[in-house]
Design a protein around this ligand. Structure first.
Ligand SMILES: Cc1ncc(COP(=O)(O)O)c(C=O)c1O
Length: 365
């Protein structure tokens, strides 16, 4: 059964499934976020189109969250829509973009929709992040942009300050736009924005789907310096604005972030440990990046001989635990790993930990 059918099954059994397949967040939410949605709903704010720039206070709250001034932004239906507008604005047929493998491959699909080519640097090797040296080697005269996913999906690796600086320097040396995808930033207390080093040509892809737990609301943003954003805005396909309930939820999430983020990080630490305990029990299974600085990591199962797609299917159908086979995230290394996300209640991480060794033992036979 292909992965797409697994999602159909998982959605059919949503209430019972441990949802560890999409780096989403099923932990309890701050009541202020739910209250903001309820208030907007009850006042039937959804009868009107929202104010295009965003509900009052939301664009400012995003800039404040990033400690940025003088940056422009557009609210989008999730970060992925902003990345679509950015790629359309930046790329023409024959252009090249430096990115990585593994990566969140829908971004690569967006690059290819422009007729441009992805130069995917293999980062399934130490130090498991895109280094300045590798990025520099991948640049050609056709390169127009670089995509940095930091922290990385699916590896959970994160760049240090000097690594971000090095990549920003490569981008500046070759006059590239640096698309800094910060979807998982909240999970890394040490995260560094590329705008610290290259504000003039960095676009930030921002999401409310992961730590704030609003994936189904579909809200995010693309941010950048005004002149670059002028081009990106030409490809904004959403002139009537972003879902108003989602905007209120997003604003409430930012206003209460200090109250909910520490708890989420703590749960992530505990769940990582629980899952590691199970991985350590399995001969041939390893965690290339541990601890992770995101809300997911990968388990390398290549030495077990087990196909990650079979593992995904059996964990879901036999245990109602849904992780993701590597093929969704990597053309080069997808057959080697399985991705697990753990912004889930601790009981779900324990269900994974119980099911993983048993399922691998069965598949190995
Ligand atoms: C690296 C990365 N960028 C962007 C996205 C898209 O997120 P959103 O839900 O904000 O569209 C994802 C989703 O998993 C992701 O992993």
């Amino acid at each position: 059964m292909a992965s797409i059918d697994n999602f159909e099954f998982a959605h059919q059994h949503r209430a019972e499934v441990a949802w560890m397949s999409q780096n989403t967040n099923t932990l309890p939410m701050h009541p202020a976020v739910l209250e903001a949605i309820r208030k907007s709903f009850e006042s039937r704010e959804f009868n009107n189109y929202p104010f295009k720039r965003g509900i009052f206070g939301l664009p400012e709250a995003i800039l404040d969250d990033l400690k940025l001034e003088d940056f422009d932004l557009v609210l989008t239906n999730g970060g992925i829509e902003g990345e679509y507008a950015a790629t359309r604005a930046l790329l023409r047929p024959g252009d090249e973009v430096v990115s990585t493998d593994p990566a969140f491959l829908p971004i690569h699909a967006e690059i290819e929709m422009c007729g441009a080519k992805v130069k995917a640097v293999d980062i399934y090797r130490k130090p498991y992040v895109l280094t300045a040296e590798w990025a520099n080697e991948a640049v050609t005269p056709a390169t127009k942009a670089m995509v940095l996913i930091d922290p990385d999906n699916p590896l959970g690796s994160a760049c240090t300050r000097s690594q971000v600086k090095g990549l920003a320097e490569v981008a500046r040396d070759h006059d590239l736009v640096l698309v800094d995808d910060i979807t998982y930033r909240d999970f890394n207390p040490d995260h560094v924005l590329a705008t610290d080093f290259y504000p003039e040509k960095t676009l930030l892809s921002y999401s409310f789907s992961k730590a704030p737990g609003l994936a189904g609301m579909r809200i995010g943003a693309i941010l950048g310096p005004t002149d670059l954003m002028k081009d990106v805005k030409k490809y904004d396909t959403n002139p009537l604005g972003v879902n108003v309930l989602a905007q209120h939820a997003a604003l409430a999430a930012l206003q209460t972030k200090k109250e909910w983020l520490p708890g989420i990080r703590k749960t992530c630490e505990a769940n990582q440990r629980t899952i590691k305990g199970a991985v350590d029990k399995v001969d041939g299974a390893t965690l290339p990046v541990y601890p992770s600085k995101a809300n997911m990591f990968v388990i390398d199962v290549s030495a077990t001989g087990v196909n990650p797609e079979a593992l995904e299917e059996r964990l879901l159908h036999d245990h109602l635990v849904h992780g993701r086979a590597g093929s969704y995230l990597s053309k080069l290394n997808g057959s080697k790993f399985f991705r697990v996300s753990y912004t889930v209640p601790e009981r779900d991480a324990k269900r994974f930990a119980a099911a993983f060794p048993e399922t691998l033992a069965k598949l190995r036979k």
